[in-house]
Design a protein around this ligand. Sequence first.
Ligand SMILES: [Zn+2]
Ligand SMILES: [Zn+2]
Length: 256
Amino acid sequence: GTGPSGRPPWLRPRPTSGAAAEEEAYRRSPCEEEEEEAAAAGKWRCPEHSSREAELFCGHCRRCVCALCPVLGAHRGHPVRLIREEAVLKQKLTNECLKKLAFKKKQEVDNIKQISKAADDLKNHALASKTWLTEKFTQLRLLLDEEEALAKKFIDKNTEHALRTYDEQVDLCQDQINDISSFSDQVRRIQKQLDPVQLLQDYTATEKEIQQQMIPAEQWHPVPVTFEHVKNYFKCFAGAVQNNVQTPLEVRLKED
Ligand SMILES: [Zn+2]
Ligand SMILES: [Zn+2]
């Protein structure tokens, strides 16, 4: 939108002195036209008494009159001054006016300087802000890259640990198989003993171990390792960012 002066709101005018009253006083009066006609004739004449020369200026009616007018004519009692004196006075006033116009012109030149400076400052500020954003987003990207690397490292570390545990369990099972094989050989030898007394003696000697070895093997149920919690965590993480970004940027900037 624009301000009351019609200028956009970011251009605020500075207060100026009201010169409207002065301007009113210098309006072109109707007598000027008559005077111009008289000037063309060669001599200034009184508009009331055409035979008399205009010598005075009536301050009330703002026109040139003859010496008779303020005494007997239409300008009786009006404040008058000699035309030459009045002209000198007006020259002083026009001089004052020219000074003020020069000052006003300088003010407008200053205004242009100020606005140009504001425009240059704005351009520099915009550039600096974008550079700042580049740095900030680079940092953010690095931070995210680091977070991704850490999350993958976490998965690798836990996978390795679980695989090592699985390997150890496989080794234990293999040891059990070796034990079972060697004990099976021992039991087979007892079984093949031809001397029944010796068979009984051998069996009795290993009877306790036979009982123990017949207990079924422990059943391994490997603890499943999942990384669902890692995925869930980063799903929330990404969701929070996406949720934030969903609102248009201009709306988010206004909320701040
Ligand atoms: Zn007169
Ligand atoms: Zn008068």
